[in-house]
Design a protein around this ligand. Structure first.
Ligand code: RIB
Ligand code: CA
Length: 313
């Protein structure tokens, strides 16, 4: 089977970095057409820099990296240095990137790529706020039907919020963008906190990264060692939740995940619940399903896949 063509839209972010590495390590299943940076965990200048740092860490400097939107559609940017550190990629000491950004805006790259490739053959993989994706859909409505699928990390239902009591960070930062995407009619697969909070880098799993005894293995171990502090302190977790790698793992092994095709709507009015993903898990409304909302992951299988693939880099 031909590899799946994807665009990774991202706000690295240690977990974004691991998601990108997993994709780059899996050429049989995934062809990364490009990486588009968006403001989120840290400002755009840093997410665009970190995306290139990760490509160079994987020795994949041929991957085109574009800078995208530097703020949400209608709101001030909220960042997450308290989770990811000042650089957004705290933990390992990695060299500044030598590879340049590709000229042009990420939104235009998304639009052109979807227009150039055969309809239904390009998957969008947003790992941060949905600002770039929503802006592309608003600027070029014709591309929505050309999207094969959107597989995104964002939202929560049973787990509720990680940045507010009600909202998950990616959706909270740009709820209006999320509303555009979830109402677009595109096929959407959602990896919410309900799933990603089970993908924890326990000490044993972290040691398995180190045991790879490679620059990638050590970097991932150091990233997750840093990144785990927030969740350990807040939730008493056993380790860092690998939110974004659930997206790229799904492309390789969808059988590791299970969920329900349900209606998901985004709160954009109430400041109290702004950015909440109101997931009709129990199908109590008559709203038509618009997303495959994941609820469970085989964590052992996920980490076995991730560790095996990271060993390739
Ligand atoms: O809430 C988790 C999400 O927010 C992840 O994508 C993490 O990288 C941050 O962007
Ligand atoms: Ca992210």
């Amino acid at each position: 089977m031909a590899p799946r063509k994807i665009i990774i839209d991202t706000d690295p972010g240690q977990d974004d970095a691991v998601a990108i590495l997993l994709a780059l390590a899996s050429p049989e299943e995934i062809e990364v057409l490009g990486i588009t940076a968006v403001a989120g965990n840290v400002p755009l200048e840093l997410t665009a820099k970190n995306a290139r740092i990760v490509c160079e860490l994987a020795d994949h400097t041929h991957i085109p990296v574009y800078a995208g939107c530097d703020r949400p559609l209608n709101r001030e940017l909220v960042t997450a240095e308290h989770v990811h550190g000042k650089t957004g990629l705290d933990g390992p000491v990695l060299p500044d990137p030598q590879m340049p950004l590709v000229d042009g805006h990420a939104v235009d790259f998304i639009i052109e790529t979807l227009r150039v490739h055969e309809s239904g053959t390009v998957t969008l993989c947003p790992l941060g706020p949905l600002t770039n994706i929503a802006t592309a859909f608003q600027k070029a409505p014709d591309i929505v039907d050309r999207v094969q699928e959107i597989v995104l990390m964002g939202g929560a239902y049973f787990e509720v919020g990680n940045i507010t009591p009600a909202a998950e960070f990616n959706i909270y930062v740009d709820p209006e963008a999320a509303e555009v995407v979830f109402n677009s009619g595109a096929h959407i697969v959602v990896m919410p906190l309900d799933v990603t909070h089970d993908a924890l880098v326990t000490q044993q799993r972290n040691e398995a990264f180190r045991a790879l005894n490679s620059k990638v293995g050590h970097a991932v171990a150091e990233m997750t060692d840093f990144f785990e502090r927030f969740d350990k302190e807040k939730y008493g977790s056993e380790g860092a939740p690998l939110h974004d790698p659930c997206v790229t793992a799904y492309l390789i092994r969808p059988d590791l995940f299970s969920g329900r095709h349900i209606n998901v709507q985004i709160e954009t009015q109430s400041e109290l619940t702004m950015g909440m993903t109101v997931a009709d898990w129990w199908r109590v409304t008559k709203h038509p399903p618009n997303a495959m909302f994941m609820g469970e992951v085989d964590a052992e299988g996920f980490f076995a896949l991730l560790t095996e693939r990271l060993a390739r880099l």
